[in-house]
Design a protein around this ligand. Structure first.
Ligand SMILES: [Zn+2]
Length: 379
């Protein structure tokens, strides 16, 4: 979905996370939106494509309560959609819903994204959330940290000099952070020539664009100022040997690879990565749904969201999950379909009532099953 030269800021910039709503309001609104589209109560099969994280359990319980049935499972770890499950899903209901979400933790005490307090650990430990996305990002964050500390800026007379560690200049590497040298180093007669060759690095005349881009006070006579946070996404890219398996182990990483310079330079990498993955999965899955013959004659709502898991405090059983809707695909089963972009989708959801007279009482439903006469299975 994202090409390597995508201006990601403009893409993620359209994904407004202030359009959030509590899950306990989102699910009845979604149910009522489905009803307004002609979906028939008791004949709707919801499906979720969520990460396997236990923090996603509360949204699933709310889906069960409001749709009156436990949802089908379209989800792979990280919030990837298993499109090969469309067929069985289509067979399990007259009208169909798929809710996809990537997720990110939020700590209300520190007001930061990316961690989740797990009350079931020995001392209520906080750990990265989404953990799968966090595990993918670690390698890229390490590569970025190395580059930040191993590019130096200096000035000799009127000349601006940039000194780069040899590892970052080695274009023969199979993997790593690669600099967009044309934006960093000045070409002379079409060639890049060092002005000085050091034991582990080389110095070059800086490209005019780099001189304009960076604050003037970084270019010091000592030549030992690290580029640090000024190593902005336009100046580098990543190469990583990822298997090309669709919906397999590396699918999430593939979704994040091209936008990765924007992710690692963000103040909240796990938040931006989750947004990017939600966008990529909506774009990919909607195309698979349009082509899916089993869905063709069915009413369907496919919605992608970002789930924000606000860590539970002591005494709270569940997280206070919020939903940020991103986009929806709607079809009427008679050959008409359309997509709703974020602003329109949020407005449509907000028009809906949060009352749902069809919701089930889960405790009463469980109690009823306990009281039913046992059916003996003959073996
Ligand atoms: Zn996760």
């Amino acid at each position: 979905m994202f090409s390597s030269n995508t201006n990601l800021q403009s893409v993620v910039g359209d994904f407004r996370i202030d359009n959030m709503m509590r899950y306990s309001q989102f699910v009845p609104r979604l149910y009522n939106l489905c009803k307004s589209l002609g979906f028939e109560a008791g004949k709707i099969m919801p499906s979720r494509a969520f990460c396997s994280d236990e923090s996603q359990g509360f949204p699933i319980i709310l889906i069960t309560k409001h749709f009156g049935t436990f949802p089908f499972n379209h989800g792979r770890v990280g919030g990837i959609i298993a499109t090969d499950r469309h067929g069985p899903h289509a067979e399990h209901g007259k009208d169909l819903v798929i809710i996809q979400a990537s997720h990110v933790g939020y700590d209300p005490d520190t007001k930061t994204f990316g961690t989740y307090r797990r009350l079931q650990t020995a001392v209520h430990e906080s750990s990265p959330s989404c953990g799968k996305i966090g595990a993918v990002l670690n390698w890229y964050l390490d590569e970025y940290a190395f580059a930040q500390e191993n590019i130096f800026l200096g000035k000799q007379g009127n000349e601006y000099i940039v000194t780069i560690d040899n590892q970052l200049l080695n274009e023969g590497r199979a993997e790593g952070l690669f600099l967009n040298l044309d934006r960093i180093v000045r070409r002379e007669n079409g060639n890049i020539q060092p002005v000085r060759t050091l034991s582990t690095a080389r110095s070059y005349l800086a490209a005019d664009a780099l001189v304009k881009l960076l604050p003037a006070d970084l270019w010091t006579a000592a030549g030992d100022t690290v580029i640090g946070d000024q190593l902005v996404p336009e100046l580098f890219r990543f190469k990583r040997d990822i298997g090309g398996d669709i919906e397999g182990q590396s699918h999430l990483e593939q979704n994040l690879l091209n936008p990765m310079p924007w992710i690692v330079t963000s103040p909240s990498p796990l938040l931006v990565a989750a947004q990017v993955n939600t966008q990529a999965e909506f774009d990919r899955a909607f195309r698979s749904i349009v082509k899916e013959k089993c869905y063709r004659d069915k009413r369907m709502v496919f919605i992608s969201c970002l789930n924000i898991d606000i860590s539970p405090r002591a005494g709270q059983t569940f997280p206070l999950t919020k939903c940020v809707p991103w986009a929806a695909f709607i079809q009427d089963g008679k050959g008409h379909h359309y997509t709703l972009e974020q602003a329109e989708l949020t407005a449509r959801l907000n028009e809906q009532s949060t009352d749902n007279p069809d919701q089930i009482d889960l405790e009463a439903a469980i109690q009823k099953m306990e009281e039913e006469q046992e059916i003996r299975i003959l073996v």
